[in-house]
Ligand binder design. Structure first.
Ligand code: AMP
Ligand code: ZN
Ligand code: FE
Ligand code: FE
Length: 289
């Protein structure tokens, strides 16, 4: 049986592998295809694709966008992001603005940490980040390396998480803006890890319906942090709204050491037919694969 992984992060955002290393790891894990879906940037895609040609593994160009909802952030995956500059110009402009906001936010978080008596500079954060998108996981890494907390998880628990002492909210896309932007450029839009939203099922049901009306194509049923019940809910909603299923580990390398590429926490396996269904759906819409 052949397997794929349609949700991964490189050091272009908050993963630890370079895009090429990530593709090498995917090939070593004998995956048939891997999608690189970094937060707020598509800067790692060309390198990943080039390595895909070297390794003989299919690389799908993706990204992950955070959108606002009454139950907090929802994540949206765009798959098959076009490679020509003109098509992605507007997307890149919007991503650039969000990354600029991240910089302001990161400075505020560092300031709050300093006011709490921690010796941390913004330069430390930049050093911990290799790519365009800098976020809390990089700040967490600095806090661990300086010995202020034992683990990344503790860094979030004590300082960076929504109940943390140095928390600062992030500006995100409006749901409609993100989905319509991705649809406009011909990407396949999938709702990422719906099981991680702390919301009543009825609200999720309504929201999936709204997203479908905007052009949602798929729902990420298979994810490292999904329970069997969350997976079943996603499959149920996919049937109800005639959506395809997608799946991925949300691999971040050493930034989330418990998650392996293609295997998640150990039990995740996304069969190749999941990708084949997504491709068939694109072909039916006349979109390139
Ligand atoms: P940011 O985009 O800067 O808001 O950071 C979000 C990233 O932090 C995502 O990749 C999350 O998976 C990660 N994250 C959020 N909470 C935690 C946590 N408690 N432990 C580890 N990583 C976390
Ligand atoms: Zn991430
Ligand atoms: Fe996510
Ligand atoms: Fe992710």
């Amino acid at each position: 049986m052949e397997f794929v992984d349609l949700h991964t992060h490189s050091h272009a955002s908050d993963g630890s592998d370079s895009p090429a290393e990530l593709v090498q790891h995917a090939a070593a894990a004998q995956l048939s295809a891997v999608a690189l879906t970094d937060h707020d940037t598509i800067s790692g895609l060309a390198e990943a694709e080039a390595e895909g040609r070297v390794q003989g593994i299919e690389v799908i160009r993706g990204c992950e966008l955070s959108v606002a909802s009454v139950y907090g952030e929802i994540h949206i995956l765009g798959l098959w992001i076009p490679s020509d500059k003109n098509s992605v110009q507007e997307l890149e402009t919007q991503m650039y603005a969000l990354r600029a906001h991240r910089t302001e936010r990161n400075h505020i978080i560092v300031k709050k940490l300093q006011q709490l008596g921690l010796h941390i500079d913004y330069d430390d954060v930049l050093e911990a980040a290799a790519g365009e998108t800098v976020g809390r996981p990089h700040i967490a890494k600095v806090l661990v390396s300086k010995g202020y907390v034992p683990t990344i998880k503790d860094a979030f628990g004590i300082y960076l998480g929504s109940d943390g002492k140095a928390y600062e909210a992030k500006k995100v896309w409006e749901m409609e803006q993100a989905v319509t932007q991705l649809v406009r450029i011909g990407a396949t839009v999938s709702m990422a890890h719906p099981g991680l939203i702390h919301c009543p099922f009825e609200w999720l049901d309504t929201t999936v319906g709204q997203l479908k009306a905007l052009g949602l194509s798929a729902i990420e049923a298979y994810h490292s942090d999904h329970t069997a019940a969350a997976e079943a809910d996603c499959v149920r909603l996919a049937k109800k709204y005639d959506l395809a299923l997608s799946g991925g580990s949300d691999y971040h390398g050493t930034a989330k050491p418990h998650i392996s590429l293609g295997k998640g926490r150990g039990g995740l396996r996304v069969p190749l037919y999941i990708l084949e269904v997504l491709k068939k759906q694109r072909q039916e819409k006349g979109l390139p694969i």
